[in-house]
Design a protein. Structure first.
Length: 342
């Protein structure tokens, strides 16, 4: 087990016969048996490994100044001992039901809430799970249909770092959430019921860091190989932070580079026109460009390691062409077969 579970509970939000959403509240927490422990540990690992998460805080929405403090107030009462976990989760379920009632696209689902500790931080995990139908074979070899929670396709989930929230009231990233594949609009209700506002543009911060690294190596006297080593070191450091669920720290990253003989990155990054926070979450998909070039368009997809540029891969911006030396064996085999066929 990578987590220590304090409380966990599931409530159901579903439509009644008149099409109105109703809450069916569980009167007591889930027993912390093996099934609950395995489920929450799996969800914790899956959620931590999700790329492209957004980060926010309890705040005021946009220019209209709209605020929804009900969830944060209830959470404050729970953490202060004035509200029990079951009562707090019940209030949260009612808030979600009210928010869902504003939309036509939702059929409800199972609201899972859990407080647990991982490493040195306390977390509140909140997820709206759907049920998925499946078939099983009974002892008499008859087929039976049943429903189970779809844990592999979690789309509506958020995690509040309770330790950071209570220790740093100015933080704008103690709430993380999954960005829906269909766009933010579908998931807006899930953030709105908690009163969550996006506070840190993770992709923008990682893109700025990548630009700073590229400018840093370009202004240095490093050789071509040393420049790529620098990029690789940055990517390795950021990947490790992502896997640990920790933030990128610019000072810490600069110290890592200094150990490799690449000094002054911190002064370079902070002294330039880069609008970089001292700490921010890692986004692997953005930083992967330090190691790889890739692109898709017009029916062509191309990807190669950055170290090959100028050697096996020659790019000519004037003629808008790329020359590849040493075609991969599996691709060469396909091309040879096609040429013979024609």
């Amino acid at each position: 087990m990578s987590i220590n579970i304090e409380h966990a509970i599931i409530h159901e939000i579903s439509q009644d016969s008149q099409g109105q959403l109703r809450c069916r509240l569980r009167p007591q927490p889930l027993l912390n048996g093996q099934a609950v422990e395995m489920m929450l540990d799996e969800l914790h690992q899956t959620y931590t490994g999700k790329a492209g998460k957004g980060f926010g805080y309890f705040g005021i929405h946009g220019d209209d100044g709209e605020a929804n403090p009900a969830f944060a107030n209830a959470l404050t009462q729970y953490r202060g001992g004035d509200l029990g976990f079951v009562e707090f989760s019940g209030q949260a379920s009612k808030l979600l039901q009210e928010e869902l009632s504003k939309y036509d696209f939702s059929q409800g689902g199972f609201l899972l809430m859990s407080c647990y500790t991982s490493i040195t931080s306390d977390y509140l995990f909140v997820a709206l799970l759907s049920a998925k139908s499946s078939m099983t074979v009974l002892d008499d070899m008859e087929l039976s249909q049943n429903n189970h929670l779809d844990l592999n396709n979690i789309q509506l989930a958020a995690r509040i770092d309770l330790t950071e929230w209570q220790a740093d009231k100015d933080s704008r990233k103690y709430i993380s959430f999954i960005r829906g594949r269909a766009g933010r609009k579908v998931a807006d209700f899930f953030l709105d019921f908690m009163g969550c506002v996006e506070g840190v543009n993770t992709k923008a911060q990682n893109k700025t860091l990548m630009n700073a690294v590229e400018d840093f190596v370009a202004s240095s006297e490093l050789t071509k190989d040393e420049r790529q080593q620098c990029r690789n070191k940055v990517f390795e450091y950021c990947s490790e932070r992502f896997d640990e669920g920790a933030d990128i720290e610019i000072k810490d990253l600069a110290d890592e580079l200094a150990d490799q003989g690449m000094d002054s990155f911190y002064d370079f990054a902070r002294g330039g026109s880069y609008d970089l926070d001292e700490e921010f979450p890692a986004d692997k998909s953005t930083l992967r460009q330090l190691k790889k070039f890739s692109g898709t368009g017009g029916g062509v997809t191309l990807s190669f390691d950055g170290g090959h540029l100028g050697q096996r891969v020659i790019y000519d911006p004037i003629s808008d062409t790329i020359l590849i030396k040493g075609v991969p064996a599996n691709l060469k085999d396909q091309l040879d077969r096609r040429l013979k066929g024609e």
